[in-house]
Design a protein around this ligand. Structure first.
Ligand SMILES: Cc1ncc(COP(=O)(O)O)c(C=O)c1O
Length: 402
């Protein structure tokens, strides 16, 4: 099918929740490149929104999926699943967690974390300790529970009455957070770097103060690492930057390298609150998803992609900061590792994104003035140099284009 036929088919049969999509359909990929149905080549600086950590068609991931598909794609959680136990061990061995539960997406992992926090206190006899504090401009998912956790009204307004009881406070403001805490607070849940709202990092001081507040008030600390986990920020898990261990953290996106999987990772004392029948999933942690997860984790560790994420992230930031000196329309470059946001001081982010697309570069935009970059962790200096050159040309073009 050609692109127009695909667009027609989509418009006739697919629910229109994604608005006018970028008019392209990708047919295959390799490394950081994608090719569309018309044969045009692209450079992927969005990585499926932080999913394709290994890039496209990574041989280790493809081989693992192929081998597992030939043996066993799915088997119920009524039975033991070797790959599930092995992936859980890899996550535990490399993190502060003691136990893992697998879900199918980021939202579902966060639902699991919210349920775990609540059940933990219920079983301890704290009947009213169910309030969860999250941050303004956070994004935790699209299910009814996680949309209530998300601190953005635009995602909530049509879905009232929302699940009770989430309280949203501004980021990096410890006094307002302290004032929001009360005897019913059961957890504070946050993204160490807010992704969807434009790459907004929390400060070290804030995260340390949040941890102290949790410890002093018998509150669980939950980190949503759905986007910033799995090497994205230059540490395997973002919490490792801050010298603070969450009681629960969630993963998804890059964990399966594109095969849907999410994870709730927790310390033993809280994980023990989930007992048989308290939580579950048909697909969560099935053999195919876990085979993909193992391949991703092994490739990330063996190929030193966490280090690459940090080094290339620093290089990328430096190059973008150099560009900012020449190009007055960049007001800030922020983020960690390969999770970067470029703040423009005009409202031309969508135009810049579209022009980059026309030149074969895929990036994201947030609002009218932020460009979001989430390239695969395999990216090289020369990929970054090529991008920055084209980005600079386009920024100069739109600057003159009043
Ligand atoms: C931090 C964060 N949490 C949760 C989610 C939801 O994940 P999913 O779309 O897999 O449900 C996202 C998705 O963008 C995210 O960035």
């Amino acid at each position: 099918m050609n692109l127009n036929e695909i667009i027609e088919l989509d418009k006739s049969y697919y629910m229109n929740t994604f608005g006018d999509r970028t008019p392209v359909c990708f047919e295959y990929g390799k490394g950081i490149n994608l090719w569309d149905t018309e044969g045009k080549k692209y450079y992927d600086f969005m990585g499926g929104i932080a999913v394709n950590a290994l890039g496209h068609a990574h041989p280790k991931l493809v081989e693992a999926i192929k081998k597992q598909a030939e043996k066993l794609i799915h088997c119920s959680n009524l039975y033991y699943i070797e790959k599930q136990a092995k992936l859980a061990k890899i996550l535990v061995d490399n993190s502060c967690a003691d136990k893992v539960f697998f879900a199918n997406s980021g939202a579902e992992a966060n639902e699991g974390a919210i349920k775990l926090a609540r059940i933990y206190f219920k079983k301890k006899g704290f009947d009213n300790k169910y309030e969860i504090i999250t941050l303004k401009n956070s994004f935790h998912g699209r299910t009814l529970g996680t949309v209530a956790a998300t601190g953005q009204e635009k995602y909530q307004k049509y879905y009232t009455a929302l699940l009770q009881k989430f309280v949203h406070v501004p980021i990096n403001d410890i006094e307002t957070l302290k004032a929001a805490v009360n005897e019913n607070t059961c957890a504070i849940m946050l993204e160490p770097i807010q992704g969807e709202s434009g790459v907004n990092p929390l400060t070290h001081e804030y995260i340390k103060a949040v941890k102290k507040l949790c410890d002093e008030n018998n509150i669980l600390l939950i980190f949503d690492e759905v986007q910033c986990g799995i090497g994205r920020t230059g540490e395997l898990f973002a919490y490792q930057h801050f010298g603070v261990e969450p009681d629960i953290f969630t993963l998804a996106k890059a964990l399966g390298g594109g095969v849907p999987i999410g994870a709730v990772c927790a310390k033993d004392f809280v994980a023990a609150a989930f007992e048989p029948g308290d939580h579950g999933s048909t697909f969560g942690g099935n053999p195919l998803a876990c085979a993909a997860g193992i391949a991703v984790m092994e490739a990330i560790i063996e190929d030193k992609l966490v280090e690459n994420s940090w080094n290339m992230g620093q290089y990328f930031k430096d190059k973008l900061s150099d560009l900012a000196k020449e190009c007055s329309c960049i007001s800030e470059v922020r983020g960690m590792g390969l999770m970067l946001g470029v703040q423009l001081n005009n409202d031309k982010a969508v135009e810049v994104k579209n022009k980059l697309f026309n030149r074969g570069y895929l990036v994201g935009s947030v609002g009218s003035n932020i460009i979001r970059l989430l390239p695969p962790l395999i990216i090289t200096k020369s990929d970054i140099d090529d991008f920055v050159k084209v980005f600079g040309e386009i920024l100069n073009e739109v600057k003159g284009d009043k």
